[in-house]
Structure formats: structure tokens, C-alpha cells
Design a protein around this ligand. Structure first.
Ligand SMILES: NC(=O)c1ccc[n+]([C@@H]2O[C@H](COP(=O)([O-])OP(=O)(O)OC[C@H]3O[C@@H](n4cnc5c(N)ncnc54)[C@H](O)[C@@H]3O)[C@@H](O)[C@H]2O)c1
Ligand SMILES: N[C@H](CO)Cc1c[nH]c[nH+]1
Ligand SMILES: [Zn+2]
Length: 434
């Protein structure tokens, strides 16, 4: 089942030695290119054909009627409604605190630069719905967009054959709870293309965010530039850095919890404790067979992307953690806080015995749309910041420009762009340039 990777005594670069999914977004680009071109040129007609091909559903229209969204809320299980409301409440608390104030810097008397934070005008929010349905991803996309002040937002999620070609009712109900009125029954690469180019009733968006499978990730990579994107939030990953103080039952449960998402999900334990490794293997042996999606979990845990990595000590463990840049990192060691302070690369970090990743998936208040595939080394999870752009407002009076004119002219000449300098000299004659 889960394999062992023994890095003890191995001084090599952990990046070359660590397991990662054979998840080749580059190769998928070739497959999604014609899909995106088709949506660009044929709009809704293409969306309907692609949906029939990839989702097995023949739609007459891709826009979800308002009544369907309202009736999904009316039919929502009260316990799920209460849970979604609490998830929204906590996410709002955290994301509201991420809002940014404009900052004005007085560079010189009479010369200021203000950074103004402006939300993008329109966003397309992708909510996955292939192997599992993700009402929680509605919350994680919509709350930061709303807190950022985005004026126009639309959600897309795959149609479900069992629900008359609409997205899953809990997804629609979550949209209703959040006041989202524009919802499309479109999944995969074609949904990203719909947002990028516009189709039928769906106006083009400036930015597309949200998690998804390889086709969604590839379409986001392909269309980046036409649209802005958040990070590539692909198949889920969990890395657990643990020592002998960790509870093997907790570790095994958490590895399984994220393996449940996808056969290419990655579950990795990093430890210097042989005892813990053996105990976790034993726990996995018991728990995998008993879990509902045991086949999917077993395939994910048995894949080359999952494993138990044995290291010499916590120092090497931290090297492994920082080289890997996991989407989720759990630190289950004595002094978890001190260890976590030394983590540089991870989408989100979960501390100690009582902060499992599944808390963050639903109700911690943190965001669960996080970078995967090592993207945590350069990207952040979804936040209010994702939906904002900083615009510099430059305001200099005559005296302030005169004070720096000769430097602008000198740099313009150094770059052989003298007209740049002349634009300043036209305002401040050479003799006045200090
Ligand atoms: N990183 C994160 O923040 C995060 C959060 C939640 C979920 N996830 C991940 O999102 C993923 C969700 O994947 P999913 O498949 O369940 O749902 P999905 O909605 O991402 O993908 C389903 C769509 O893929 C398209 N598709 C299926 N087969 C195709 C093919 N052969 N060619 C082209 N398109 C095809 C279909 O149109 C379908 O609508 C999982 O890997 C999960 O781990 C990640
Ligand atoms: N673990 C996923 C992020 O990778 C998010 C999620 C949604 N529902 C359950 N889990
Ligand atoms: Zn999850």
C-alpha cells in the first residue's frame, strides 16, 4: 500500500528524491487548447457539445435558472445549512481582516505616491464537481471576492446527470446563501474558457479562481494573460511532519482524509521516528478498508505521489518540507509552533493535535483553495488580495518635479531614451533642474 522512501543519510537535494504525482499539466495543455478555442469561436453551442462529451449531460442552456437556486436552498438539509452558515461566518471573519487600506507615501514635499487597492470588476469562480461535490468551495471562492468588493461574480460548476443537468443542489444552495445569482452548469476547461471569452449570457470575466482537476488547471495555465488566475489549485496534497509524540491514528486519519479527494491526491508523512512510521502503516491497514471511498483512497495512497519519508532528524524533515512546498502541511511534533515558524513553503500549515486539514477544509475560517504541485513555493492561497489590484497614484507638484528632473534626464539618456528626459525638460527648463 503506502511505500517508504528512506532519505536517511542521503545528502541529496530533496526535490529530486520526493514523490510527486504524475500530473502533467503541460501535456494536458494540448488537450484543452482545442476545447478553449471551440468555446471562444462557437460559444454556448460549443459548451453544450463539450458538456455532453465530458459530463454525459445534454443541456438546453448553461445558465442555471434563478428558481433552481432558490428551491435548492428551500430543500437544503437544516444541519448542512447550519454548517454552511458557520463556515461562511468564520471565513468572513478571517477574510474581512485581509482588506487593505490605501497607503500614501510622501516621497518629498509636494511629491506623493498613493497605493490604491481596487477590486477587479468581474470574476468567474470555479467550483469542482466531478468525483465529489464541493459546496465548501463556493464559500471559499465567494467570501474573499465579496470581502474584496468585487461587483460582478459568477459561479460555474459541472452539471450532474442525477440532478437534471444542474450543479449539485448543495452547491446551488450555498450560492443562494451567499447571494450569488449568476450560476452556470459548466465544468472543466470549458468553464474556464467560458469565463475568459464570454459565451451567451455569461460576460467575460477579468479573473478566474478556484480549484479543479488537471483539465481545469491546464485551462487556467493556458488562458492566463487573457484572464488573471489565482494559483494552480489542483489535486489535493497533505504532508505531515511528525515525531514520536504524534498520535498514529490521527496521522493515518488525516492522510486518508485528503487521499479521498482523488486517485492522484498525495498523502505524505515525513518522520524520523521508525516507531511512528510502523504505527501509521498499521493504522492505515485498518482504516483504509473501512472508509467509504476505500478504493479511491487505496489508489491514492499506493500511488507514487504518496509515501512515508524517513529522515535522520527534524532538521532534515524541515528541509524536505520546504523543498516539497505542500498544499497542506500538518506539524505534529513537540513544540509544533516553533517548528512551524521555520516552514517557508506551504499553502497552509496546521498546528498540533487539534487542527486537522479537514477543519481548514470547512470551518477554520482559513481558505481551502491552496496552491498544489509545488506552487506553494511561489504562490499563496485564495484571499481578498487575489481579487485586488494595487494602483499607484503619482502626484508631484512643479517644485517636486524640479527637484528630481536632472536624475530623470540622466537615466533617460543612460537608457538611450532621450524623449523621456525631454518630457521633463519641457516642463522644467535645464537651467532650473537642480
Ligand atoms: N487545491 C485545492 O484548493 C482544491 C480544493 C478542492 C478540490 N481540489 C481538487 O479538485 C479536483 C476536483 O476534481 P474533479 O474531477 O472531482 O472535478 P472538476 O470539477 O475539477 O472536474 C470535472 C470536469 O472535468 C471535465 N473532464 C472530465 N474528464 C475530462 C477529459 N477526459 N477531458 C477533458 N475534460 C474532462 C468534465 O467536463 C467535468 O465537468 C480534485 O483533484 C481535488 O483534489 C483542490
Ligand atoms: N482539501 C481540499 C483542498 O485541497 C478542500 C476540500 C473541500 N472539501 C473537502 N476538502
Ligand atoms: Zn479536503
Amino acid at each position: 500500500m503506502i511505500s517508504r522512501i528512506d532519505l536517511r543519510g542521503n545528502p541529496g537535494d530533496p526535490r529530486d528524491l520526493l514523490p510527486r504525482a504524475e500530473f502533467d499539466v503541460e501535456a494536458a495543455l494540448e488537450k484543452v487548447r482545442p476545447i478553449c478555442d471551440d468555446v471562444r469561436h462557437r460559444g454556448v453551442e460549443a459548451l453544450i457539445e463539450l458538456t455532453e462529451r465530458f459530463d454525459g449531460v445534454r443541456l438546453t442552456d448553461v445558465r442555471v435558472p434563478r428558481e433552481a437556486v432558490d428551491s435548492a436552498l428551500a430543500g437544503l438539509d437544516p444541519a448542512v445549512r447550519a454548517a454552511l452558515e458557520e463556515s461562511i461566518r468564520r471565513a468572513r471573519l478571517v477574510h474581512r481582516d485581509q482588506r487593505r487600506e490605501d497607503v500614501t507615501t510622501r516621497v518629498v514635499p509636494g511629491g506623493t505616491v498613493t497605493e490604491r487597492w481596487v477590486p477587479v470588476d468581474r470574476v468567474g469562480l470555479y467550483v469542482p464537481g466531478g468525483r465529489a461535490v464541493y459546496p465548501s468551495s463556493v464559500v471559499m471562492n465567494v467570501v474573499p471576492a465579496q470581502e474584496a468588493g468585487v461587483a460582478s461574480l459568477a459561479v460555474a460548476s459541472p452539471p450532474q446527470a442525477d440532478f437534471g443537468g444542474l450543479p449539485h443542489p448543495t452547491i446551488l444552495a450555498a450560492c443562494a446563501l451567499l447571494g450569488v445569482e449568476e450560476v452556470y452548469a459548466v465544468g472543466g476547461a470549458q468553464a474556464v474558457a467560458m469565463f475568459a471569452y464570454g459565451a451567451g449570457e455569461c460576460d467575460r470575466a477579468n479573473l478566474v479562481t478556484g480549484p479543479g482537476n488537471i483539465w481545469v488547471a491546464a485551462a487556467k495555465r493556458l488562458l492566463k494573460g487573457v484572464i488573471g488566475i489565482d494559483s494552480e489549485a489542483g489535486p489535493t496534497e497533505i504532508m505531515v511532519l511528525a515525531d514520536g509524540t504524534a498520535d498514529p491514528g490521527h496521522v493515518a486519519a488525516d492522510l486518508i482524509s485528503q487521499a479521498e479527494h482523488d486517485v492522484v491526491a498525495a498523502s505524505v508523512l515525513v518522520t524520523a521516528s521508525e516507531g511512528l512510521a510502523a504505527a501509521v502503516e498499521a493504522e492505515l491497514g485498518k482504516r483504509v478498508a473501512a472508509t467509504r471511498h476505500s478504493e479511491r483512497v487505496a489508489e491514492a495512497l499506493g500511488g507514487r505521489q504518496s509515501g512515508i519519508v524517513l529522515v535522520d532528524d527534524l532538521e532534515q524533515g524541515l528541509d524536505v518540507v520546504n523543498a516539497y512546498g505542500a498544499e497542506h502541511l500538518e506539524v505534529m511534533t513537540a513544540d509544533a509552533r516553533g517548528v512551524a515558524d521555520r516552514v517557508r513553503n506551504a499553502g497552509a500549515v496546521f498546528l498540533g493535535a487539534f487542527a486537522p486539514v479537514s477543519l481548514g477544509d470547512y470551518c477554520a475560517g482559513s481558505n481551502h483553495v491552496l496552491p498544489t504541485g509545488g506552487c506553494a513555493c511561489h504562490s499563496s492561497g485564495l484571499s481578498v488580495q487575489t481579487f485586488l489590484r494595487g494602483i499607484h497614484i503619482v502626484d508631484y507638484d512643479r517644485a517636486a518635479l524640479a527637484g528630481v528632473a536632472r536624475h530623470v534626464v540622466a537615466l533617460a539618456e543612460a537608457e538611450d531614451l532621450p524623449a523621456h528626459g525631454e518630457a521633463v525638460t519641457a516642463r522644467i527648463p535645464r537651467e532650473e533642474q537642480a
